[in-house]
Design a binder for this molecule. Structure first.
Ligand SMILES: [Zn+2]
Ligand SMILES: [Zn+2]
Length: 334
């Protein structure tokens, strides 16, 4: 594909898409029904439908019988952990292999022209972003993800929580499915803003931000406290009447969906003239500038709090002006 039709490159070779980022028109006021209709397919495709399919596959083929899950035994817990490890390895690893090892599309659509593997840094274990990310993803990321999954399934098997039947309430559960990404966005913004406060940033979240130029493996490169908070979206299913399949969807949205923000490419080429929109730009800008885009734009929280960066020159100017104002305030206090 010719990426210059879709964006520009600076002299370092970094790609910036032509179209500035926009918030989803979901919470637009006054409402924009036409924009909403145009945006709707991107809400489902490709990612949300993929996570629903993976959750359904887990429910059908991976999750044991309720009778088995009534008591906590290593057998089924380790089984779920092993499946999650394999799935993460295949999904993250597949993306990484394609885009970062074999580099099948070169730097076309790549926001940062540099390759993380070419640069050693003492910020990482073994000076390698990849090895550090792998240790964190499989050392604490997938275990904590699985722990939340086990908690939900054990509670369901013991009838703890407001669970409803899949066959009795299909329309209700479909409606819940529709709002789960909004819940994820709300939760993620909240905890993300929290771990950007100085103390928690220093001890917890700086681990994730060591990857200034993220790749798919960076997705779960977090401190265990962040893993715990990040996957806590599963806990919403103890508040809203739900079904474990949707709780698994919520975990897949967080776990597999984390890749979406860290792909590092604006499009994944699918042939000569077709590319899949990655939706990675908002979070890429967060890794680049730290104090913008705490959310991914599904709810305009960043706009409401003045931290939205749309990737344009105007966005840069707004960010600079905000830093200047803050510096002036700090100086005045001093
Ligand atoms: Zn990130
Ligand atoms: Zn952050």
């Amino acid at each position: 594909m010719d990426d210059t039709k879709y964006g520009t490159r600076n002299k370092r070779g970094d790609f910036t898409p032509n179209e500035p980022l926009e918030h989803a028109p979901l919470f637009a006021f006054p409402p924009r029904p036409l924009a909403l209709l145009k945006w709707l397919p991107s809400y489902f495709l490709p990612w949300n439908v993929l996570w629903l399919a993976s959750a359904a596959a887990w429910w059908a083929w991976v999750v044991p019988e309720a009778e088995v899950m009534k008591s906590l035994h290593w057998g089924w817990v380790l089984w779920l952990f092993a499946v999650n490890c394999v799935a993460v390895f295949v999904f993250y690893g597949g993306m990484e292999l394609q885009l970062y090892v074999r580099r099948t599309q070169g730097t076309r659509f790549k926001y940062n022209a540099k390759w993380p593997a070419d640069h050693k840094s003492s910020a990482f274990m073994f000076q390698s972003q990849t090895i550090d990310s792998l240790i964190r993803a499989f050392g604490t990321g997938v275990p904590i993800w699985t722990a939340w999954e086990v908690l939900v399934l054990w509670a369901w098997a013991n009838d703890i929580g407001p669970w409803v039947g899949l066959m009795d309430n299909p329309w209700y559960l479909a409606a819940v499915w529709l709002i789960l990404p909004v819940i994820h966005e709300f939760h993620f913004f909240l905890i993300h803003r929290l771990i950007h406060t100085p103390f928690l940033y220093k001890w917890v979240h700086s681990v994730h931000h060591n990857s200034v130029n993220p790749s798919p493996w960076s997705s779960l490169s977090m401190h265990p406290v962040e893993h715990l908070l990040y996957f806590a979206t599963a806990a919403y299913h103890f508040i809203i009447p739900s079904h474990p399949l949707l709780a698994i969807y919520q975990l897949h949205f967080a776990g597999f969906g984390a890749v979406v923000g860290h792909i590092g490419f604006d499009k994944i080429e699918m042939g000569e003239d077709k590319g899949l929109d990655s939706h990675a730009f908002a979070h890429y800008l967060h890794h680049k500038y730290f104090e913008v885009n705490y959310g991914d734009g599904l709810i305009p929280l960043d706009r409401w709090f003045g931290t939205w960066h749309d990737g344009s020159k105007d966005g840069d100017a707004r960010m600079q002006a905000r830093y200047e104002r803050r510096k002036a305030k700090a100086n005045a206090r001093a």
